[in-house]
Design a protein around this ligand. Structure first.
Ligand code: FPP
Length: 243
C-alpha cells in the first residue's frame, strides 16, 4: 500500500505526534507519587484525542513508554504497565463509539502477555474505525524500530524475496512499525525539554517541532488547538526552494 503523502503547505497537520512529558514533575509539585502524574496524564489523552476531528488531525501518535523507560524503578514501571491495562479497559468502549482506530507501535516481546492480548483486542475492536487514527507507542524506541525493521528486511533479502540493489528510501519504511501511517507533520513535546528522545526518528525527517513549557497533565485541548493552529503559518519546504 502506498504511504499517504504530507499535506500541502497551508493545511493543518494531518499527523501530530506527542511526547507526553512532565507527569513526574507535575506530581512532585503536588507532593504526590509519580504515578499520580501518570494517571492524570492518561486522562489527558482522551481530551486530546477528542479534539482531533475538529482540528482536521487524522492521525495522533503518543509516546507512552520508551525502550529506555525500563530503567525507572520497578514500582514505576509496574504502575505504568498497570495503567496501560486500565486505560484499555476503561477507554475501549468510548474509543469505538468515537470511531477511533487504535494501533500500538513498539516491541511487544518484552511486554506482559496479558497486556499484549489486550492491545491486540483493542486493535481488532477498532480496526474498522476511521475518524481518528490513534497510535500508542509502548516499549518504543526509534533506533530499536529501525534495527527490528532492518532485521526483517535482511531476512527477506536472505530468502530471495528482496533484491538488495532495489533497496532505497521507500523500502525501509515498509518494514517499520508505522508502515501504514503517514509521516508526522508536527511533533509536540511538553514540559519544556527540547529533545526528541528516540521518538519516530526516521519518520520525523521533515516534521515541524513544537516544544511547549506546559507539563503534560496540564496540556488542555485549548492549548492543543493553539499549537495546531500555529502550524498553518509555517512555510514547509521539504528541502526545496519555494517561489
Ligand atoms: C514522561 O513523563 C511520561 C511517561 C514516561 C509516561 C507517559 C504516560 C502517560 C501520559 C499515561 C499513559 C498514556 C496512555 C496512552 C495510556 P515523566 O515521567 O518523564 O515526567 P518528568 O520528566 O516530569 O519526570
Amino acid at each position: 500500500m502506498a504511504k499517504p503523502q504530507p499535506k500541502a503547505k497551508d493545511d493543518g497537520p494531518r499527523h501530530v505526534a506527542i511526547i507526553m512529558d512532565g507527569n513526574g514533575r507535575w506530581a512532585t509539585q503536588r507532593g504526590r507519587p509519580r504515578l499520580f502524574g501518570h494517571q492524570a496524564g492518561a486522562r489527558r489523552v482522551r481530551e486530546i484525542v477528542e479534539a482531533c476531528p475538529d482540528l482536521g488531525v487524522d492521525y495522533l501518535t503518543v509516546f507512552a513508554f520508551s525502550t529506555e523507560n525500563w530503567k525507572r524503578t520497578q514500582s514505576e514501571v509496574a504502575g505504568l504497565m498497570n495503567l496501560f491495562r486500565r486505560y484499555i479497559t476503561r477507554e475501549a468502549k468510548a474509543l469505538k463509539v468515537n470511531d477511533v482506530c487504535v494501533r500500538f507501535i513498539g516491541d511487544r516481546v518484552r511486554l506482559d502477555k496479558k497486556l499484549v492480548s489486550m492491545m491486540d483486542e483493542l486493535e481488532a475492536l477498532t480496526a474498522h474505525c476511521q475518524t481518528v487514527n490513534l497510535t500508542i507507542a509502548i516499549n518504543y524506541g526509534g533506533r530499536d524500530e529501525v534495527a527490528r525493521a532492518t532485521k526483517r528486511l535482511a531476512r527477506d533479502v536472505a530468502a530471495g524475496k528482496l533484491d538488495p540493489e532495489a533497496v532505497d528510501e521507500e523500502t525501509l519504511p515498509k518494514y517499520l512499525d508505522t508502515c501504514v501511517l503517514p509521516d508526522p507533520d508536527l511533533v509536540i513535546r511538553t514540559s519544556g525539554e527540547a529533545r526528541i528522545s528516540n521518538f519516530l526518528l526516521w519518520q520525523s525527517a521533515y516534521a515541524e517541532y513544537e516544544f511547549i513549557d506546559t507539563l503534560w497533565p496540564d496540556f488542555t485541548a485549548a492549548e492543543f488547538r493553539d499549537v495546531v493552529g500555529g502550524f498553518g503559518t509555517r512555510d514547509r519546504r521539504f528541502g526545496a526552494v519555494m517561489a
